[in-house]
Ligand binder design. Structure first.
Ligand SMILES: Cc1cc2nc3c(=O)[nH]c(=O)nc-3n(C[C@H](O)[C@H](O)[C@H](O)COP(=O)(O)OP(=O)(O)OC[C@H]3O[C@@H](n4cnc5c(N)ncnc54)[C@H](O)[C@@H]3O)c2cc1C
Length: 396
């Protein structure tokens, strides 16, 4: 048995012994565990699963052990993902800090900042939100205007961020701010981290079509942030922000499969809804179902290529954009099909007469549209692919 096979066997045995049976079931969105200072568990099994994974350093398996990770290389991490998927293990927690900010800190932060921010993140003690988008700076992120002006040993921040997911429940924010107003727009941006409880920060939730309110608008009114919370060099935030978005695409593209928040198995619905297909409509549905299953398989094979590229330390920014685009578009198509398969049962929104799982499906269908926008819309991913993968020139 080679070393990787041994690691697989060990990982499989550990997961089988330590992942409670109830944590191997599809996860309704209201049972997600979000890390942070106010972490909450719906059950003892959730708490156990969270604590056991934390002790292994498997919240962030690829981080160095000195910052709270498990020091796994990309192939071992892929094995861990595969084994968790095989057992249908739920992610033990959802944590934007670990998915997005952590890898950027590892690459660009000072040693002091790494020591300060990474271990608590790795233990799931801090809930992070992302302060990038602004009312006039979404796809055109470089137009952001929230200002950070140095005053002694603090930056004074004024402005607003929008579409901040769970800004009202987060402990800290990583934000892009304008520190150089007089230079070309990409060159005057910095990345800063701030405590959401700082005086002058106010958060206003925005309702979503799905009836949930994860979106917030965040306002900064003379918020004083210690200057040593600026990450990397002053005015170098565009580079760091782009790196961070790449990690966001990686998380959203399901490259790390254990990060999957919910899972609807197409096979399960096909068995349930197409018992004896007859007629043209059913045939068309079957063809679409086969297409979806083939797409999922192709996507999964493509991800293997990405693991190879990452372990060979190749630039995967183009592949990440492809993966984010393909995965979110495929998921939306899959949810459209699931809804059609389910018929009237999928039209429920709330209340009696509908199974909880079907209500969850309707909700996830709506969310699947949002995912094609979050982290950069599909059109923006196509622009990235045109430039970075195909090498096409900018449109005149
Ligand atoms: C579920 C969800 C969660 C989010 N969470 C966060 C968060 O936590 N923090 C945060 O900072 N932001 C967050 N966002 C915001 C997200 O990053 C922006 O919505 C996204 O970047 C698009 O920006 P916009 O909404 O301003 O749309 P716009 O940029 O105004 O775009 C509108 C439309 O024009 C198209 N378009 C724009 N420019 C081009 C172009 N150059 N070429 C072709 N088409 C173009 C877009 O594709 C889109 O269809 C979230 C969004 C969603 C949906």
């Amino acid at each position: 048995m080679n070393e990787l096979d041994a690691f697989r066997a060990e990982t499989r045995a550990w997961l089988e012994a330590n992942c409670p049976a109830s944590m191997r079931t599809p996860m309704p969105s209201d049972e997600m565990v979000w890390g942070g200072s106010t972490v909450q568990f719906n059950s003892e099994d959730q708490r156990l699963w969270f604590e056991r994974m934390r002790e292994k350093g498997w919240f962030c398996p690829d981080w160095p052990t000195e910052y709270g990770g498990a020091g796994l290389d990309v192939r071992r991490q892929a094995i861990l993902d595969q084994e968790m998927r095989r057992l249908h293990c739920r992610p033990p927690q959802i944590n934007l800090g670990i998915w997005m900010l952590g890898p950027v800190l590892l690459e660009y932060a000072s040693e002091e900042q790494k020591q300060r921010f990474l271990p608590p993140m790795a233990r799931g003690e801090v809930r992070w939100c992302q302060g990038f988008s602004e009312p006039n700076a979404g796809s055109d992120l470089a137009s952001l205007r929230t200002s950070a002006v140095l005053d002694g040993d603090h930056y004074v921040i004024n402005g607003t961020k929008i579409w901040t997911s769970y800004g009202n429940k987060s402990d800290w924010m990583y934000a892009l701010v304008r520190t150089g107003p007089m230079v070309p727009k990409q060159q005057g941006i910095s990345l800063i981290v701030l405590d959401m409880h700082s005086p002058g920060v106010s958060v206003s939730p925005i309702d979503l079509i799905s009836g949930k309110s994860s979106f917030c608008q965040v306002f900064f009114d003379n918020v004083r942030v210690p200057a040593d919370q600026l990450i990397g060099e002053v005015n170098d935030g565009w580079k760091l922000g782009k790196a961070l978005l790449q990690h966001e695409r990686r998380a959203m593209s399901r490259f790390s499969e254990s990060a999957l928040p919910t899972h609807f198995d197409l096979d399960e619905y096909l068995t349930r809804c197409l018992p004896s297909p007859e007629g043209a409509a059913e045939l068309a549905l079957q063809q679409r179902a086969i297409r979806c299953l083939m797409d999922e398989e192709c996507y999964s094979l493509g991800n293997r290529r990405m693991v190879d590229a990452v372990s060979a330390r190749q630039d995967v920014s183009g592949l990440m954009a492809i993966s984010k685009l393909v995965h979110t578009e495929q998921e939306r198509d899959k949810f459209e099909l699931l809804l059609e398969l389910l018929g009237n049962a999928a039209l429920g929104w709330d209340g009696d007469g509908f199974a909880a799982r079907d209500l969850e499906l309707t909700n996830s269908w709506l969310m699947s549209f949002a995912q094609t926008i979050a982290g950069g819309s599909s059109e923006v991913q196509l622009n990235v692919i045109a430039k970075r993968v195909l090498g096409l020139p900018d449109a005149k």
